[in-house]
Write a protein that binds this ligand. Structure first.
Ligand code: NAD
Ligand code: TYD
Length: 357
């Protein structure tokens, strides 16, 4: 069963100031087939930056509402659902960085599991509620050897606190669909890259370090494989699932672009050198093999035939076009980079919204 798009009037986006969420909000406002309101609930952790959406806030002031807050704040979530008569949820908010989850898992449990639980509970209480779409990751499936791909039927085998917390939230979402008939869909996506990604993740980190001629850290032997997807392709897939995906179903989303980390790093080095001129040190000389991440998953690869066959989705960008766009975006958006690098945007957030309680 699918629900018509005409029902989506007041969509709650969680984590809309992060990397994928802000790209999704931008994408949705640029679509001609969405005319409702977006209510963005975001805690503005280190990864959330309202600057990502300043232009959107101004351009779509009538249809865009921002609320700073925590998805695991039960009463705030309940108030928001009531105040804005929320009829659908697109749930991005999460602690998202594996390395941080290894050092300090607490907020991953709180946000990714408890936060998702409160959103599900609030959705259940709504009278007219049409869709809870949960954004998840391929990392819930664990690690592949040299062969094979993850399908929607692959058993869950999360191997680090981040992926375990995401797996847990996926299970909760499915359970609410099965037990209470909450209209849920889930998408599990491979590694994203593109504009507005916080430079703790591999691709923006390497781009910015190469631009600044800083060391380029590659974990272990650099032969770990990820399946990369340009963020706008992910946004398009999410919106398709929200419009046409079957209730209760899970869809895998991937880039069909498996690469070893070292290959990605080499490509970025060459792109950066091409854009800024090589000067004395070619960027490849900055590569440093550093200590591996504990329990580092070796390989991810997604089989996305289901969404392709059912909904007609496939990636528009390939790694060449996507990486060029990404390097150019970071070059063209020096002010954003500077604010993120120096932490200046945190000061701005504090002035606007106060300290995180
Ligand atoms: P991100 O870290 O860039 O952004 C997360 C956002 O959530 C931030 O704006 C942050 O302020 C907000 N947030 C964190 N805790 C919150 C809380 N308790 N309440 C409200 N807001 C909170 O993450 P991202 O890379 O944009 O990922 C978004 C979603 O997509 C996550 O659920 C992630 O698991 C999933 N995902 C990411 C990737 C990827 O490659 N980045 C791939 C597949 C799936
Ligand atoms: P990351 O961007 O953190 O995404 P994820 O861990 O969710 O896949 O890392 C992508 C790959 O790059 C992963 O195999 C770890 C590796 N990596 C490095 O080699 N060096 C780095 O500095 C970072 C951040 C990641």
């Amino acid at each position: 069963m699918t629900h018509g798009l005409q029902h989506y009037h007041n969509v709650l986006i969680t984590g809309g100031c992060g990397f994928i969420g802000s790209n999704f909000i931008r994408y949705l406002f640029e679509q001609h087939d969405f005319s409702g309101k977006l209510i963005n609930l975001d805690l503005l952790t280190y990864a959330g930056n309202p600057e990502n959406l300043l232009d959107i806030q101004q351009k779509y002031a009538e249809r865009y509402i921002f609320q700073r807050g925590d998805i695991s704040d039960k009463s705030l979530v309940a108030q928001l659902f009531e105040k804005y008569d929320i009829d659908s949820v697109c749930h991005f908010a999460a602690e998202s960085h594996v390395d941080r989850s290894i050092k300090q898992p607490d907020s991953f449990i709180q946000t990714n599991i408890v936060g998702t639980f409160h959103l599900l509970e609030a959705s259940l209480r709504q009278k007219n509620f049409y869709r809870f779409h949960h954004i998840s990751t391929d990392e819930v499936f664990g690690s592949l050897g040299p062969e094979g791909v993850f399908t929607e039927e692959t058993p869950y085998r999360p191997r680090n606190p981040y992926s375990a917390s995401k797996a847990s939230s996926d299970h909760l979402v499915r359970a609410y669909g099965n037990t209470y008939q909450l209209p849920v869909t889930i998408s599990n996506c491979s590694n994203n890259y593109g504009p507005f990604q916080f430079p703790e993740k591999l691709i923006p980190l390497i781009i910015l370090n190469a631009l600044e001629k800083k060391p380029l850290p590659v974990y272990g032997d650099g032969k770990h494989v990820r399946d990369w997807l340009f963020v706008t392709d992910h946004c398009e897939a999410i919106w398709l699932i929200m419009k046409q995906g079957r209730i209760g179903e899970t869809y895998n989303i991937g880039g069909m672009t498996e690469r070893e980390n070292i290959d990605i790093v080499h490509t970025i080095c060459d792109l950066v050198d091409d854009r800024i001129g090589q000067h004395s040190t070619p960027s490849r000389k900055l590569i440093r093999f550093v200590q591996d991440r504990p329990g580092h998953d070796r390989r991810y690869a997604m089989d996305f035939r289901k969404i392709k066959n059912e909904l007609g989705w496939k990636p528009r960008e390939n790694l060449d076009t996507g990486l060029k766009k990404t390097v150019d975006w970071y070059l063209m958006n020096q002010k954003w980079v500077e604010q993120v690098r120096t932490g200046e945007y945190r000061k701005w957030i504090k002035d606007q919204y106060g300290e995180i309680s």
